[in-house]
Write a protein that binds this ligand. Structure first.
Ligand SMILES: Cc1cc2nc3c(=O)[nH]c(=O)nc-3n(C[C@H](O)[C@H](O)[C@H](O)COP(=O)(O)OP(=O)(O)OC[C@H]3O[C@@H](n4cnc5c(N)ncnc54)[C@H](O)[C@@H]3O)c2cc1C
Length: 489
């Protein structure tokens, strides 16, 4: 694919960014038959798209805000994704704990409406639970004062795994999809964007790519690309940080997720079983600066522990946290919004005077719809021949059991698996394997550190790298992993 970067005279569509949105655009464009290339500056899903709560959801909280249109669209997309990637997604039962008759009534009605809105794509019926049933479903919960619960269904997935499978799907449909290639500038002719300059950071080799259409799908980096197009323009995206803490399953041993409907700052908080662990989160903290590896703030950690401990029978201490990770939401700025938590999660398409199409906002669940809209805009703006979108029913990844067998929590990686990640899934750096092809870093940072040396050594054998490469990979991975470990003193 790198060779193709050097030889193709002109692409139909260049996609900048290899997160959920960009990969969705590449799948959409390639499956319509457009000659497509995607460039990602780091690894696929290195940004926000590996740091989600892993829910394929309509967004119960947007229902409470009365945003029916957004909820219905997301529920439709949830239905498509569960059908198109059945081996990478699953329906997950959630329970909202209720502490009064009013709770049962209010959330019961709300969640029944949520299910009705999903129409024929419903994945399970909402039910009001007695106290006994609620405790059975949520074995880790503090039962005192509990009066029952509401059972409802949403979807769950592994975000980085889905991203990898989308990359492979785009390639199956003829796209070139490359990681570690950073867009360094836009190429213009007569005021119109007609390409990008790219640096392959692994081989330190520059390329110039030409295309009829350029789509900017760079999440919280959107403003930087917009500034390459038109320097000095107002920011479109306001990043907001969300943190997750990962703890052992024994704190919350059931199969059901718990949704806390109202935190002290009026948000929802989840406790979600994920692989052999439980993910707790998340927060919503506006941030000024975009960082590639955002750091959880002390107050965010304290907030999650405080709320989780309020609902659980056992107490989670800092030393119990196996991993923590932070992600930045690419929220579209609205002029009069004072807090990012009330900004819309809806996606935005912006077509600049130079014809560059920017697609941002939204959420993982709605990536397919965002991609469809972006490609439609790119085609009409640049005069590409109209071709229908086929992704509503397009299978994602090989329908073998890739997702199940390749996503590991706490197992030692075999040489065969490492070889597969390197040769079939473009894993280039040690962290690609320990953070995203598997999720060890996100599940248990200490365990990821324990596997670093042997994994790097095996990668080096496969890639023909030397001792020096192994040492530098392990050193940078150690620095990275230290940010996922919560200090106890
Ligand atoms: C804490 C949190 C929890 C969430 N939970 C959920 C959830 O449970 N369910 C859900 O549906 N959604 C969830 N979301 C939302 C969802 O994760 C995001 O909307 C989605 O991942 C954004 O994808 P993206 O592709 O737009 O951005 P990103 O994933 O950030 O991708 C943009 C990519 O562009 C690349 N890039 C930037 N500049 C350049 C350049 N110059 N050249 C090449 N590449 C470049 C970046 O490296 C990056 O990989 C959550 C978000 C957060 C923060």
């Amino acid at each position: 694919m790198l060779q193709r970067l050097g030889t193709e005279q002109e692409w139909d569509i260049i996609v900048i960014g290899g997160g959920a949105t960009g990969l969705g655009v590449a799948v959409d464009a390639a499956s319509r038959g457009y000659k497509t290339v995607l460039v990602e500056q780091f690894d696929f899903a290195k940004g926000t798209s590996s740091r989600a709560t892993k829910l394929v959801h309509g967004g119960v909280r947007y229902l409470a805000q009365g945003n029916i249109k957004l909820v219905m669209e997301a529920l439709r997309e949830r239905g498509y994704l569960l059908k198109n990637a059945p081996h990478l997604t699953t329906a997950l039962p959630f329970v909202i704990p209720a502490y009064s008759l009013w709770d049962k009534f209010y959330y019961g009605i709300g969640l029944m409406v949520y299910d009705i809105l999903s129409g024929t794509l419903s994945i399970g019926k909402t039910k009001v639970l007695s106290k006994k049933q609620a405790v059975q479903h949520l074995p880790g919960i503090e039962a005192a004062k509990l009066s029952g619960g509401i059972l409802y269904y949403d979807g769950q997935f592994d975000d980085a795994r889905l991203a990898t499978e989308l990359a492979k799907t785009a390639v199956q449909h003829g796209a070139a999809v490359v990681n570690y290639c950073k867009v360094t500038g836009l190429v213009k002719q007569d005021g119109k964007t007609c390409g990008v300059t790219v640096l392959d950071t692994v081989h330190n080799k520059p390329y110039q790519l030409k295309a009829k259409a350029v789509i900017n799908a760079t999440g919280v980096f959107t403003n930087a690309i917009l500034n390459m197009d038109e320097p000095g323009q107002q920011n479109l995206v306001a990043p907001s940080q969300g943190v997750h803490l990962v703890v052992d399953k024994h704190f919350f041993p059931g199969k059901h997720a718990m949704m806390i409907p109202k935190t002290d700052d009026g948000r929802v908080l989840f406790a979600v079983p994920w692989h052999d662990k439980v993910v707790l989160g998340t927060t919503d903290t506006p941030v000024e600066h975009v960082e590639v590896e955002p750091k959880p703030l002390e107050e965010e950690i304290a907030f999650i522990l405080h709320h989780a401990n309020r609902y659980l029978a056992a107490t989670i201490n800092r030393g119990d946290v196996r991993s923590m990770f932070a992600g930045l939401r690419p929220l579209v700025k609205q002029r009069h919004a004072k807090k990012t938590s009330v900004l819309s999660r809806d996606h935005t398409i912006l077509v600049s005077a130079s014809n560059m199409v920017t697609v941002t906002g939204g959420k993982w669940t709605t990536y397919r719809r965002m991609a469809e809209d972006a490609v439609n805009h790119a085609a009409t703006t640049t005069g590409l021949p109209a071709k229908p979108c086929i992704t509503k029913t397009l299978p994602i990844g090989k329908q073998a059991k890739d997702g199940d067998t390749l996503v590991h929590g706490s197992v030692t990686l075999t040489r065969e698996t490492i070889q597969y990640f390197v040769e079939e899934e473009m894993a280039i750096m040690l962290e690609d394997i320990l953070a995203r092809r598997t999720r060890v870093l996100f599940l248990n940072a200490a365990e990821a550190l324990a596997q670093a040396q042997s994994t790097a050594a095996t990668m080096a054998e496969i890639l023909g790298k030397d001792e020096h490469w192994v040492t530098s990979q392990v050193t940078s991975f150690k620095a990275l992993a230290s940010q996922y470990q919560l200090k106890t003193d």
